[in-house]
Each structure stands twice: as structure tokens, then as C-alpha cells.
Design a protein around this ligand. Structure first.
Ligand SMILES: Cc1cc2nc3c(=O)[nH]c(=O)nc-3n(C[C@H](O)[C@H](O)[C@H](O)COP(=O)(O)OP(=O)(O)OC[C@H]3O[C@@H](n4cnc5c(N)ncnc54)[C@H](O)[C@@H]3O)c2cc1C
Ligand code: FES
Length: 376
């Protein structure tokens, strides 16, 4: 046996032993640590649950119809599932620390996906979470908007209406499929008009190797049923006269479609300045251009600025070329009044958002006036 084969064989043995040990620990935890029935007190007696111990607080609450926001589906990578715990559940875990500031640590704010229920527990959550429901929706249509973005229209169950604010999101639940053994939830912003109360629309970009987007792009079919936990999130337009500096990339268009259509319906479109910067690589990544150029033509105060970062040879493109951060910086320096009060609204990949927030702050916008949903 050569050295490489010997190392690989040893690696496989170690991997096999670790997997067996992991399974054994989990099995032993279930048998030995039979936590039995435990109580969860929510908001000082407002709700009392008796639950089986051993699972995460997030999962246990969801099993009892209480949906704490969990954009990443409980992987500890979004920080959305915070709640205040008034019982001793041990020190903050390293996985929680990136999402906590000093005050949150001192007031025992925890990530509900990271703590397990092992004894009776008292928690506090916003009462608004009691309105979040899991809805079995049916797929009405799936349209390709670009090579990797689909527009998915769902119908809510009969006689169900879902009031929500433009900018909020729903959590798709992909069922177990192929090698994916458990249902998996991820967040998708509503692109639908909130007035359309019995339907929900989403714009979903395929992430190669991603669990839920692969399910939506390759397995979900018209007429099928899919669970959506909604409405979640607090991204929304603040009521003020400040100019809205909106920036999106890819499927980050979704909440802005909902917000702009909502503003048209409630008569607030055209009253304050809106600058909408949309960044894409090449023309094949651009969509809804006719609709947005139409708004720009119709409303004097609506300014649509689509930009391409990597136009392909031979493409026809008359708009700005460059990274959306550079285009944004140029407009803040040269085209948007410096004196005008401004609010930032951003949606898209974490990298793009962080870079745009940097530009906004460098150009004098205050961090407390910048609102965003990072599609992490
Ligand atoms: C508030 C909010 C709103 C959002 N709205 C939208 C929206 O409107 N539209 C939209 O398209 N997206 C939106 N997102 C992003 C969305 O929630 C998902 O994060 C995204 O679609 C990826 O999900 P997925 O299950 O397909 O990928 P995941 O399974 O989460 O995988 C993501 C990436 O990680 C890699 N990966 C996964 N597991 C592993 C592993 N074990 N080791 C190494 N790599 C791994 C995958 O290969 C993939 O590249 C939003 C996110 C948030 C937080
Ligand atoms: S659900 Fe995302 S961090 Fe807990």
C-alpha cells in the first residue's frame, strides 16, 4: 500500500469511527437524556406549552404553531431567531456570538435554533410572532425571468387571507427530496402586491448546490402544494419625506417590486424621490426593464438606474457600466442633491450590501437611516 492509499484508508477509518460515535452520542442522548415533558412559559404566562424536551427551542415552538423567524432554516447563519430567555440555559454558544451585541448578551437574548430544551424554560418573544402561520399553498405558475431566476406564484389555501407589509418575506419549506432527509426552510421576500391577499409571489434565484432553490427550480411543479411560513421580517418603507435610495441585485428585486406596486396603490408613488439602482452582470441577468423604465417615464420622482458590471462582447446596452457600488457613488456625488434627506433600502447578496452600505455612509448617509435584508 502506498503512502497516499494508507493515509486515505486511515482517514476513512477515522471518518467512519467519528460518524459511528456521533450516531452513538445522539442515540445515547435520546435514551439516557430522556427529558420528558417540560413547560415553556411565553411572555409571562401569555401562553403555556407542555412539550417533549431534547429538541431546539426553535423547532419545539414551530411544532406547537409558534414560528420564530428563521431565514436560514435553523443553521445558525442568519441571526433572525433571537428571543429573550429568562431561565438558565447555560452560557452563550460560540455559534451565537457573531449575532449578539453586548446589551443582547447581558439581557440573555439567545438564538432559539441553537439552544436545546432540557428543563422548564421561560421566554419572551414579540406578540406579533403569534400571527405567523404555516400555510399549505398551491403552485399557480412558475416563469423563468432570467437563466437563473424564477417567478413563482402561489395560491393561499381556500378562504385564507394573509395581511402583510410590502418588504416582508415568507419561509418556503422544501419537503425531503433525493438525499435531503428533512424538510428545509429558507426565506424569500414577497414580490407580490400586498393587496393581492389570496396569492403570494416570489422571485427565486438558483444557488448551485442549494437545497431549497434546487427544489424550486428543478422539482416544484404547477399544481403542487408547498408550505410557506409567513409573514416574517421588518423590512419596510419608513414613512418620511426623505429620498429613497434603493439598491438591489439579482432576486433582490423581489421586495422592491412589492414596495413600488404598493406605493402605486396607496397613492404614495410620485410624492418622494425614489432612486432605484439595480445591478446585474450582463443583459441576460436583467429583467422587468420595461416595467421599471415605464415607472421612470410615468413618475417624475422615480429614477431607475440599471447598471451592468460585465457586459458581454456584442451586447447592446445604453445604461451605466460598472459595479453598482461605483454607479451609486457617482450618483450620490453628482446627480442626487447633497442637501436632500435620504434613506437607504438594500436587498441582495451580503457582499453587495456591505459594499453599498459603505458607499452610502462615506457619502454622508447615517447608518440608522439604512435598512436592508441580506439574502444570506
Ligand atoms: C430575509 C431574506 C430574504 C431573502 N429573500 C430572497 C429572495 O427573495 N430571493 C432569493 O432568491 N433569495 C432570497 N434569500 C436567500 C434565501 O433565503 C437562501 O439563502 C438562498 O436561496 C439559498 O438557499 P438554498 O437552500 O438553495 O441554498 P443552501 O442549501 O442554503 O446553500 C447555499 C450555498 O451554500 C452551499 N452549501 C450548503 N451546504 C453546504 C455545506 N454543508 N458545505 C459547504 N457548502 C454548503 C451550497 O452549495 C450553496 O452554494 C433571502 C434571504 C433572507 C435572509
Ligand atoms: S434560524 Fe438562522 S440563526 Fe437561528
Amino acid at each position: 500500500m502506498d503512502l497516499l492509499t494508507s493515509v486515505m484508508t486511515t482517514g476513512l477509518w477515522i471518518g467512519g469511527i467519528s460518524a459511528t460515535l456521533g450516531a452513538l452520542i445522539s442515540f445515547t442522548d435520546k435514551i439516557v437524556n430522556n427529558y420528558g415533558d417540560l413547560d415553556i412559559d411565553i411572555n409571562q404566562g401569555k401562553k403555556q406549552l407542555t412539550v417533549k424536551g431534547g429538541a431546539s427551542l426553535l423547532t419545539t415552538l414551530a411544532e406547537n404553531g409558534i414560528y420564530v423567524p428563521s431565514a436560514c432554516g435553523g443553521r445558525g447563519s442568519c441571526g433572525a431567531c433571537k428571543c429573550k430567555v429568562n431561565s438558565d440555559v447555560g452560557l452563550h454558544l460560540p455559534t451565537e456570538m457573531p449575532y449578539m451585541n453586548k446589551e443582547e448578551i447581558e439581557s440573555n437574548i439567545r438564538l432559539s435554533c441553537q439552544i436545546k430544551i432540557k428543563s422548564n424554560i421561560a421566554i419572551e418573544i414579540p406578540e406579533s410572532l403569534f400571527n405567523i402561520r404555516k400555510l399549505a399553498c398551491s403552485v399557480v405558475s412558475i416563469k423563468s425571468l432570467t437563466h437563473d431566476i424564477k417567478e413563482v406564484l402561489l395560491k393561499l389555501p381556500d378562504d385564507t387571507e394573509l395581511p402583510y407589509e410590502a418588504g416582508q418575506y415568507g419561509q418556503f419549506e422544501a419537503p425531503a427530496y433525493k438525499d435531503i432527509k428533512e424538510p428545509t426552510q429558507r426565506a424569500y421576500s414577497f414580490s407580490s402586491h400586498p393587496q393581492l391577499k389570496d396569492h403570494l409571489e416570489f422571485l427565486i434565484r438558483l444557488v448551485p448546490g442549494g437545497i431549497v432553490t434546487t427544489y424550486v427550480h428543478e422539482h416544484l411543479k404547477v399544481g403542487q402544494s408547498i408550505n410557506v411560513v409567513a409573514p416574517v421580517g421588518d423590512f419596510h418603507v419608513r414613512s418620511s419625506n426623505a429620498a429613497m435610495i434603493c439598491v438591489a441585485g439579482g432576486s433582490g428585486m423581489a421586495p422592491f417590486k412589492s414596495i413600488f406596486n404598493d406605493m402605486i396603490s396607496n397613492g404614495t408613488m410620485g410624492i418622494r424621490d425614489i432612486w432605484y439602482f439595480f445591478g446585474a452582470r450582463a443583459t441576460r441577468d436583467m429583467y422587468y426593464l420595461d416595467w421599471l423604465h415605464g415607472l421612470d417615464a410615468q413618475y417624475e420622482k422615480f429614477h431607475f438606474v440599471p447598471a451592468l458590471s460585465e457586459p458581454q462582447p456584442g451586447e447592446t446596452w445604453n445604461g451605466p457600466v460598472g459595479l453598482i457600488t461605483d454607479v451609486l457613488g457617482d450618483y450620490l456625488d453628482n446627480k442626487i442633491s447633497k442637501e436632500q434627506a435620504k434613506e437607504g433600502y438594500l436587498c441582495g447578496s451580503p457582499g453587495m450590501l456591505d459594499a453599498c452600505m459603505n458607499v452610502m455612509q462615506k457619502k454622508g448617509m447615517k447608518v440608522e437611516d439604512i435598512f436592508f435584508d441580506k439574502f444570506a
